[in-house]
Write a protein that binds this ligand. Structure first.
Ligand SMILES: *Cc1c(COP(=O)(O)O)cnc(C)c1O
Length: 406
């Protein structure tokens, strides 16, 4: 492996770091939880607030283009996930979008009663799916399998399969295309959660044949805390779904104020209520950081950063057990290790200037965000982790006290 300095020197993406504002003296390996602040976003947001909201007031819906902002942002996200703007709607949270696409999927397979998911899926995906089956009743149920048993669990009772492409704990990645093919072979629909994919590596929703997808605006897309999420509906389904959350912004003519609901044409029907223009503006600005970025180079750099971190940590900290697949093709853009004192270790690491996060029960998670991380950051993080482990710096009461957000 080339030295960290050498790799940074040769990095074709090295100039992208200046598109972000990173606090001094901090190594941030948590962009998979909350992305960093894009440079200049504050100034551009002041303009939205002072000029647009402050001066244009309600006229801003038309003359500042607020009413079309979510479609504009959808176009930028569509380019990152391998589809067109006509298949992506931006707004609401990922959790709510899961409800929207799941209910749409079930309506397309009315004779089937099962939602199938992965028992290691992110909890909100499972909770929302479970809640939806309880709301509908009529024998609907959520069934769970693991990555190993998923294809066996697929039978002709399954209406939709809800999977997160990259496991939020281990970083293990499903083969989206192959799994979608299995799902279709059994007559079911494939819903992909891209929370740990969009903006982390190239995604090809159309080419994979996905039916629906959802994803998050505040992780690898850097849209800011609680940024609007997105959803995808394959073109072939667009005219066949009637949204369960039939809000006025998804109406064919919201300002006709008619009594009856008539869905908008195409993806517009997946919108629900008035869009949050301030947070949508921040996401819109943040996405400019992807302008002209070759996503295959981003993927390659992410893999190199992951390889380097695995190599350095395994040599320096043998007591940490790697849980992320070594095979590049089988992982996303994060590296996770297991240790019974994982929580305290992460707190000590944060106190020493390296931010990652902890996921129960025992996972130390490190997100690799190639837009702004350098190889020297990865090396330095591994050195600090080594110090924390060798000196047992984590072994303090204060590091065991759990905060509300981990
Ligand atoms: C982060 C994440 C979510 C978050 O959902 P919110 O509605 O934004 O809280 C959902 N699913 C997965 C897989 C995630 O990683």
């Amino acid at each position: 492996m080339a030295s960290a300095q050498e790799s940074d020197h040769l990095d074709p993406l090295k100039d992208l770091r200046s598109r972000f504002t990173l606090p001094d003296g901090l190594i941030y390996l948590d962009g998979n939880s909350l992305g960093v602040l894009p440079t200049g976003l504050g100034d551009r947001m002041s303009e939205v607030i002072e000029r647009q909201w402050g001066e244009r007031l309600v006229r801003g819906w038309n003359d500042a283009g607020w009413i079309d902002l979510s479609s504009h942002v959808a176009g930028k996200i569509a380019a990152l996930v391998g589809t067109g703007a006509n298949c992506v709607a931006v707004g609401d949270s990922t959790s709510i979008n899961i409800f929207k696409v799941l209910s749409a999927a079930l309506s397309l397979r009315p004779s089937r009663r099962v939602i199938l998911s992965d028992k290691n899926n992110f909890p909100t995906d499972l909770y929302v799916a479970d809640g939806l089956t309880r709301l509908i009743g009529q024998g609907y149920e959520l069934k769970l399998a693991t990555a190993e048993t998923m294809t066996d669990a697929l039978d002709d009772s399954v209406a939709a399969v809800l999977l997160t492409e990259v496991d939020y704990r281990t970083g293990e990645r499903y083969d989206m295309k192959a799994m979608t093919r299995h799902i279709h072979d059994k007559g079911a629909l494939a819903i992909w959660d891209l929370c740990h994919s969009a903006g982390a590596f190239p995604v090809h929703l159309d080419a994979a044949g996905a039916d629906f997808a959802i994803g998050c605006g505040y992780k690898y897309l850097n849209g800011g805390p609680g940024a609007p999420a997105f959803l995808y509906v394959a073109q072939r389904h667009l005219e066949d779904i009637t949204p369960a959350l039939s809000g006025w912004m998804g109406h064919d003519a919201p300002f006709a104020f008619t009594t009856d609901y008539r869905p908008a044409e195409g993806i517009g029907r997946m919108k629900v209520g008035t869009p949050p223009i301030l947070s949508l503006s921040a996401l819109n600005i943040a996405l400019d950081a992807f302008d002209g970025v070759d996503m295959s180079l981003l993927r390659r750099k992410s893999q190199e950063l992951c390889d380097r971190f695995i190599f350095e940590v395994e040599h320096r900290c043998p007591e940490l057990e790697l849980v992320t697949p070594r095979d590049r093709a089988r992982r996303g853009s994060q590296v996770s290790f297991r240790h019974p004192e994982g929580y305290a270790i992460m707190q000590a690491l944060i106190a020493n200037g390296v931010i990652g996060d902890f996921r129960a029960p025992d996972i130390l998670r490190f997100g690799m965000t190639p837009l702004y991380l350098r190889h020297i950051d990865i090396l330095a993080a591994a050195e600090i982790l080594e110090r924390v482990m060798q000196g047992r710096l984590w072994d303090r009461e204060e590091y065991r006290a759990r905060a509300k957000v981990t």
